[in-house]
Design a protein around this ligand. Structure first.
Ligand code: IVH
Length: 671
């Protein structure tokens, strides 16, 4: 396969794999078998091995876990994890109570003791403690076999690694619900949107997606929570009731929902249900009902189970937080980091007590997948205070007059051309001067690791924007003392300090300046690499894709992002105006021109004049690429002593072989 075809195939495979990962991990609804998934995964691994120059570090084949299309190990539940029967209104709750009394041959006017618990909307897990030690945890799966998510469960801060009790039971299985607080969900959603990722539909999906990460360092960044609510197999301890069980595990350090209450008789159950319904919106997590359980374990045993659910418990569901309304318009909205999101303006509709008039449609891919058009009748859903989402279109209500909103070509805020980065679902405005992004971009520009303009934090930047003093980054360098004096509570001294800090920043190193520009995917490290490879901003602006790709660690996504950034005239103008004001980023290391541009070097054997890393750096500074294996594309093999198979391969392929001295001569010689 030639390079072009391989590159296309790699892009296609990565897209396919990420879609299947999304379906498997996030939606919990795989479209293809594990075997079919393995096949496409292996094809990607193989292609990337054959074409190392096309490898993007973010490729699924390069992630932790290596070249394995790893999914989770399976763990079986010793006691099946059942589900619950539902009740949707007071009458159905009362039926449950009568049913139980009949079954137990109790008189209808006797009051049973129940434990009432909020029904968390997350995902059920089983935790296993052996002699007090947390040894394993799994998802519910099909109720019989779940997935081993032990490592990920260990990231939950409120879950102790060992029970806080001197004589723990020999084995304790505890079931509970893993969930994400609404605040954390909101943050995760906006972070993902900014990163151009696929959104989570709701907190439940987000919790499931976070727990089912193969890389637990990702799970660690998602603040998952858990409440424990039921025993599985317990060896070495007897409990008489649900209340006794919960207070024991609480005293052993396991998190138990504080809103759980013991009540007597069905009337008290119903008032608990109403109380929770009223509280629902003020809770920091999403609940979708209450679970009512017969408290006594002996009675639970008498009542027993049906095929899939116990007779002694019921889920009293809250009305769904869904409503139906019409999409009056769809407006593109620019976020703080330039992501453009389609937002539906809805005919206001009340959804469980709250008036909903807007809903995010996340991105164009998502909007097209759901085929949401202006004029459509849609079902909307809300969770807590989280921005409502459109669940689906009532296609049967279409009149034919509905219109989809095409992808915008220009940013609605600043008119910059909109870009869609390959491999991302988001479309973005890359305009440095886009008003929607200005606050964020100035704060980043001034931050410590960027231009380090001391004192210029968010509070002052906000005032600069409000007073209309700064319309782009360059304007910072045209401010005078009198401008700062217009700030609230600004003294002469502070104004002087700010001006001096701005002045000082003019001489920052090039790497910092490149980082400060806030080019997508260009973090501090990449910015430094770019600075040393190109030596000046003028050369970086002119860099071609090949030149950028010849820098190790710069993949196609990063290269594309840099090129797009500098193609934007607004951005080039801003940089020019900064330079006109005296900004002069200091070049770092001397660069080696482009003498190695387009050339690939392979080092083999033990080197005596320089280390491998130094050698690589020299190649990269010359705009070349240092590869790990010899192929027909290798330009030179630099052989140290005791060179082995790579040298043989080079001879076989007729690749030019040089000594370390020859290489140094190339580095130091004239251009
Ligand atoms: S008890 C056999 N208690 O609801 C009893 N479940 O529809 C098993 N859930 O799979 C469940 N909060 O994921 C129980 N306080 C609670 C719960 C709860 C949420 C979930 C759980 C279960 C599902 C059943």
């Amino acid at each position: 396969m030639d390079n072009h075809a391989a590159s296309d195939r790699i892009v296609g495979l990565k897209k396919e794999i990420s879609l299947h990962n999304y379906r498997y991990f996030v939606l919990d609804d795989p479209e293809i078998s594990d075997a079919a998934y393995d096949l496409i995964f292996r094809e990607l691994v193989e292609l990337e091995r054959e074409h190392p120059e096309l490898v993007d570090p973010n490729s699924p084949a390069q992630r932790v876990g290596g070249a394995q299309p790893v999914r989770f190990n399976q763990l079986s539940h010793r006691i099946p994890m059942l589900s619950l029967e539902n009740a949707f209104n007071d009458a159905e709750i009362a039926d449950f109570d009568s049913r139980i009394k009949r079954y137990l041959s109790l008189s209808p006017d006797q009051s049973l003791v129940y434990l009432c618990e909020p029904k968390l909307d997350g995902l059920a897990v089983e935790l296993v403690f052996e002699n007090g030690e947390f040894v394993a945890g799994s998802t519910r799966g099909d109720g019989f076999i779940g997935e081993d998510v032990t490592q990920n469960l260990k990231t939950i801060k409120t879950l102790p690694p060992r029970l806080e009790v001197a004589d723990p039971p020999k084995r304790l299985e505890v079931r509970g619900e893993v969930f994400l607080n609404l605040k954390d969900f909101q943050k995760l959603t906006s972070d993902r949107e900014e990163a151009g990722g696929l959104p989570f539909a709701n907190p439940r999906n987000a919790a499931a997606g976070s727990l089912r990460q193969l890389d637990s360092t990702i799970t660690r960044k998602r603040p998952l929570s858990i409440f424990c609510f039921a025993p599985g197999e317990v060896i070495g301890r007897e409990f008489g009731s649900q209340e006794e069980f919960l207070s024991a595990i609480l005293s052993w350090g396991l998190p138990v929902n504080p809103l759980i209450r013991k009540v007597s008789g069905i009337r008290e159950v119903i008032s608990y249900y109403n109380e929770m319904l009223a509280k629902r919106d003020s809770l920091p997590y999403e609940i979708d009902g209450v679970v009512v359980k017969v408290d006594s374990f002996p009675l639970q045993r008498d009542l027993g189970e049906k095929t899939r659910s116990p007779r002694w418990a019921i889920a009293c569901k809250f009305p769904p937080r869904q409503g139906e309304t019409v999409v009056e318009d769809i407006c593109p909205q620019v976020g703080r980091t330039g992501v453009i999101t389609p937002v539906a303006q809805l005919r206001p509709v009340e959804v469980s007590g709250v008036l909903v008039s807007r809903a995010t449609l996340h991105n164009w891919d998502e909007m097209e997948k759901k085929d949401i058009r202006i004029g459509d009748t849609v079902v909307v859903e809300r969770a807590g205070d989280v921005i409502p989402a459109v669940v689906r279109v009532r296609v049967e209500k279409r009149t034919g007059a509905e219109k989809p909103l095409p992808l915008p070509s220009f940013c609605p805020e600043c008119g910059s051309e909109v870009v869609k980065i390959p491999d991302e679902v988001a479309v973005r405005c890359m305009g440095l001067s886009c008003p929607a992004q200005l606050l964020g971009s100035i704060v980043h520009f001034a931050s410590r690791n960027a231009m380090d303009i001391e004192g210029l934090g968010e509070r002052f930047v906000e005032q600069l924007l409000q007073l209309g003093l700064v319309k782009n980054l360059a304007d910072l360098y045209y401010l005078g003392r009198e401008d700062f004096m217009r700030f609230v509570r600004m003294g002469d001294k502070l104004a002087g300090n700010l001006l001096a800090a701005i002045e000082n920043s003019k001489q920052r190193e090039l790497g910092r300046f490149v980082y400060a520009l806030g080019i997508r995917h260009v973090g501090e490290h990449t910015a430094r690499l770019l600075a040393s490879a190109f030596g000046s901003i003028e050369d970086l602006v002119k860099a071609t894709e090949d030149e950028l790709l010849s820098i190790r660690e710069v993949g196609p996504q990063v290269a594309q992002s840099i090129i797009t950034f500098f193609l934007n005239k607004q951005n080039r103008d801003v940089i020019e105006r900064m330079f006109a004001a005296g900004v002069k980023p200091a070049a770092g290391e001397k660069r080696l021109g482009g003498r190695f541009a387009g050339k690939t070097f392979v080092f083999t054997g033990s080197l005596s004049l320089f280390t491998r890393d130094e050698a690589k750096r020299l190649v990269e500074r010359g705009g070349g690429h240092a590869a790990g294996s010899v192929s027909r594309k290798t330009s030179f093999v630099i052989a140290g002593t005791d060179a082995g198979s790579k040298l043989l391969k080079a001879r076989e392929l007729g690749v030019k072989i040089l000594s370390e001295d020859d290489f140094l001569g190339m580095v130091e010689g004239p251009d």
